[in-house]
Design a protein around this ligand. Structure first.
Ligand code: ADP
Ligand code: G6P
Length: 453
């Protein structure tokens, strides 16, 4: 198996759902993982072998221009906001699209050089939508699957692109298109239905010009048992001597899609009305991400202002309401933090799945579990119907839910947790990858590509 994604683990503690899930998958299955080297290059067509792991890691180098125009530009200033319903943040420049195509073509050539004819190729995320098309143009007839970790855009939102018709065409070069949720599948099918080049076949496949593709949902998950084990390790006290007592936890990359300002506002609203003597703390771990993009600089500044304001308003000499930490935390420590937290907060305005929701549930002590507050706009909400679902746009609703969660009787906490844990167990990362790869191996092969065997 050859896996391709832009992000690849390079040593430091990782944040981001894709890397966490693929690291767990390849750790079990083995294979080759190709991704971007953290250091820039000069546009060379060679892959560097990175250090030893249970799987092979091969890295291509982006030039500084490509990092700016393909990664920060087309991937994170066009496709990311588009998929997260933030058309207002899309920044379109001709050099972005050109670099995106060029990087995809170059990576296709590098994959083409190492792929054997029977390798399965599994491409991940919006950085590489046209990769299969580029590989097909080189004559690769392998089975190629694609998994989109972020929400599938609505048909209307695709019009934001300069050439919206390319989106469906690029995707149709994959044998299998994997999406997070049933709603994502519905949006993807809507796109194909609206496209005169696509035809629906009786078995559910889609014939697109001379190609056949399939679309299915594969909800991504975590290493549930491993995470629960880490969480239960009594030896680690993540707070050392600075234990905050009763606390709520949020763990997110510092991204505008995560609804962090409203989370802080809702916590402040809760503090205004809290019962006398109650002094809970919100521990927010938010490592900065994509900081060269303006929208990320803005959200970082906005959050600092809100946190400063909330702490200035409510703090006492021996109590800081919001503890706001900007760095990555080792996974064992993170697991322990989740377990100690009375409430886990997920307030995304749009989110492919949200692994944090699953990690929080897996880390709980089933005898005395905390409560997950889960945005109804996170993919995880589709199946985790017994989480306390909230509308992150409605600050009052979130504040009320915080109060409900902190006061929730043990029996109800246990019931909700058992139901959520059942979902987390059924959508484990191994089940996710096995289901995807099995579907890729059994779906209609690339014989539909004329000329290729
Ligand atoms: P996204 O993929 O948008 O970042 P997810 O919630 O799906 O969102 O995945 C985030 C992953 O990154 C989770 O596995 C989470 O534990 C991890 N993560 C986020 N922030 C940190 C952090 N500060 N330290 C360590 N891991 C983090
Ligand atoms: C999300 C995306 C991934 C991305 C991750 C971290 O999970 O789906 O593709 O790797 O965020 O973002 P970054 O830009 O730092 O790779």
């Amino acid at each position: 198996m050859i896996v391709v994604s832009n992000r690849i683990p390079t040593g430091e503690s990782v944040s981001g759902g894709l890397v966490v899930a693929l690291h767990d998958t390849l750790g079990c299955a083995g294979g080759i993982w190709i991704g971007a080297h953290p250091e820039p290059g000069i546009g060379e067509e060679t892959l560097d072998e990175l250090g030893l792991t249970p799987y092979r890691r091969l890295a291509f180098r982006l030039t500084e221009e490509e990092q700016k125009n393909y990664y920060l530009g087309y991937a994170n200033s066009v496709l990311w906001p588009l998929c997260h319903r933030r058309g207002d943040l899309v920044e379109m420049r001709p050099e972005y699209g050109a670099a995106y195509q060029a990087v995809n073509a170059r990576v296709a050539r590098m994959v083409g050089k190492i792929a054997r004819h029977d390798d399965l190729i599994w491409v991940h995320d919006y950085h590489f939508l046209p990769l299969a098309k580029e590989m097909r143009a080189l004559g690769l007839a392998n089975r190629i699957g694609f998994f989109l970790h972020v929400p599938f855009p609505a048909l209307g939102d695709l019009s934001v692109l300069s050439q919206p018709e390319r989106f469906a065409d690029d995707l149709a070069h994959y044998n299998l298109i994997g999406l997070q949720t049933r709603s994502d599948v519905a949006r993807c099918l809507e796109m194909f239905r609206a496209d005169p080049r696509a035809e629906f076949m009786p078995d559910g496949g889609i014939k697109f010009l001379d190609r056949i593709t399939a679309v299915r949902s594969f909800p991504i998950g975590i290493d549930t048992a491993g995470f629960a084990e880490d969480a239960a390790q009594e030896a680690v006290n993540p707070f050392g001597r600075g234990d905050p007592g009763r606390f709520l936890i949020g763990v997110d990359r510092l991204d505008y899609s995560k609804g962090l300002p409203n989370r802080f506002r809702a916590f402040a609203r809760y503090l205004e009305n809290r019962p006398a003597g109650s002094r809970p703390c919100l521990v927010q771990i938010a490592p900065p991400t994509r900081q060269q993009v303006r929208a990320y600089q803005d959200i970082t500044r906005e959050l600092e202002e809100i946190a400063g304001h909330v702490n200035g308003t409510f703090a006492e000499l021996d109590w800081t309401p919001i503890r706001y930490i900007h760095r990555s935390v080792p996974r064992v420590e993170l697991a322990r933090l989740y377990r100690k937290a009375s409430v886990g907060l997920v307030t995304s305005f749009a989110d492919g799945m949200n692994l944090v929701a699953k990690e929080y549930v897996a880390a709980q002590d089933p005898k005395n579990p905390g409560v997950l507050l889960l945005s109804r706009f996170a993919g995880a909400a589709e199946d985790m119907t017994d989480a306390l679902q909230i509308n992150p746009y409605d600050v009052e609703d979130v504040a009320t839910a915080i109060s409900t969660a902190l006061d929730m009787p043990l029996e109800e906490r246990q019931r909700r947790h058992a139901s959520c844990l059942d979902v987390v167990g059924r959508t484990d990362v191994t089940i996710w990858s096995t289901a995807f790869l099995r579907a890729l191996m059994t779906c209609i092969p690339s014989m539909t590509f004329p000329g290729f065997e």
